[in-house]
Write a protein that binds this ligand. Structure first.
Ligand code: NDP
Length: 316
């Protein structure tokens, strides 16, 4: 097997590419595996208007192409393939690519991100980015002065509904049970916001629209069977995310929902030499800028780890 790579980065969202830029500029010759969705979640957004440095906003895919070029400019080796398995029980760390090739690494930065959950309606995919979104903070601004719905009843849904209530004329919160899972304080905030209407015991049957995008949703009360159509322009999913961390579960400590646990104030995981950055380790903020920030931290932590290992090898 070839020499271990110094820094192997798994994932190509803002976290992975930022880690690559920093590691490459530190002379660590990072090797990055993009994963199944090169560019990550941002490639599914239209305009990114909240990433500092782009006063006119930027298309999500264009931004990720820029990040890729910046990582390549400093010598990152990028592979458009998928890491399908790992063996972190021994050192150097072993990573399997596309279920066949094995690569050894002195350090690994996990930046595999998370995937928003969807209801599974065909109309949801059809109107994706034409009224349907899974991120209020990213896309809410495009619906200012309009009427929208948020589906979900957890802290995310409560937070997104109150966020949107400041921008939109009215927010319909679609809750499938007769209670919310969100913390009491978040629930109270929702219930005390005059332009949020909570629809209890309600499920979305269909998202309706035309060439201009979404114009309404049809919902059903799962207790009474009563159906109604709500006119609106935006439909936001807030029914949770799934971190893309399944392949690490035999080695890396995670919380009960699969988010990787890192040591406070840094990106170290329970396995020496393995660092976790971006949404795979963040269920709270989930923003491109926070992912990029932790990507930088991951590269600096890996650099420090490799330097300490080298210093030890010299001392022996
Ligand atoms: P959660 O898993 O907590 O909640 C998901 C919600 O979506 C639940 O209310 C669930 O309903 C509902 N849901 C799931 N599937 C469907 C469906 N098919 N149709 C309709 N509704 C559905 O996810 P969150 O993203 O809200 O939160 C994840 C974690 O992050 C939590 O630990 C949360 O506390 C935390 N968080 C904290 C924040 C903060 O502190 N500021 C902000 C955001 C998140 P049901 O209740 O019926 O199962």
């Amino acid at each position: 097997m070839a020499e271990p790579v110094k820094v192997l980065i798994i994932g190509s969202g803002p976290a992975g590419y930022t880690a690559a830029i920093y590691a490459a500029r530190a002379g660590l010759k990072p090797v990055l595996y993009t994963g199944p969705q090169p560019g990550g979640q941002l490639t599914t957004t239209n305009d990114v208007e909240n990433f500092p440095g782009y006063p006119d906003g930027i298309n999500g895919t264009a931004m990720m192409v820029d990040l890729q070029k910046q990582a390549e400019r400093f010598g990152t080796e990028i592979h458009f393939s998928v890491v399908t398995g790992v063996d972190f029980s021994k050192y150097p760390l072993k990573v399997t690519i596309d279920e066949k090739d094995e690569v050894l690494a002195e350090s690994v930065i996990i930046s595999t991100g998370a995937t928003a959950k969807y209801l599974g309606l065909p109309s949801e995919q059809h109107y994706y980015n034409k009224g349907v979104s899974a991120c209020a903070v990213c896309d809410g601004y495009f619906y200012r002065g309009k009427e929208v719905a948020v589906v979900g009843a957890g802290d995310s849904a409560a937070e997104e509904a109150t966020y949107l209530a400041k921008l939109c004329t009215k927010v319909h919160l679609i809750v499938r049970r007769e209670e919310m899972r969100a913390s009491k304080i978040m629930q109270n905030r929702v219930l005390n916001t005059p332009n949020i209407e909570v629809h209890w015991n309600t499920e979305t049957e269909e998202i309706l629209g035309d060439d201009n995008g979404v114009h309404s949703i049809r919902v059903v009360n799962n207790k009474t069977g009563e159906k109604k159509t709500i006119a609106l322009q935006g439909f936001f999913l807030a029914i949770g995310h799934k971190p893309n961390t399944d392949i690490f579960k035999d080695y890396i400590e995670m919380d009960e929902t699969g988010y990787i646990k890192t040591l406070p104030g840094c990106t170290k995981t329970n396995v020496e030499g393995v660092f976790a950055v971006g949404d795979a380790a963040d269920k709270i903020y989930r923003q491109a800028i926070t992912a990029a920030g932790t990507g930088c931290m991951g590269a600096l932590d890996a650099e420090k780890f490799l330097a300490a290992k080298e210093a030890m090898a010299v001392a022996h």
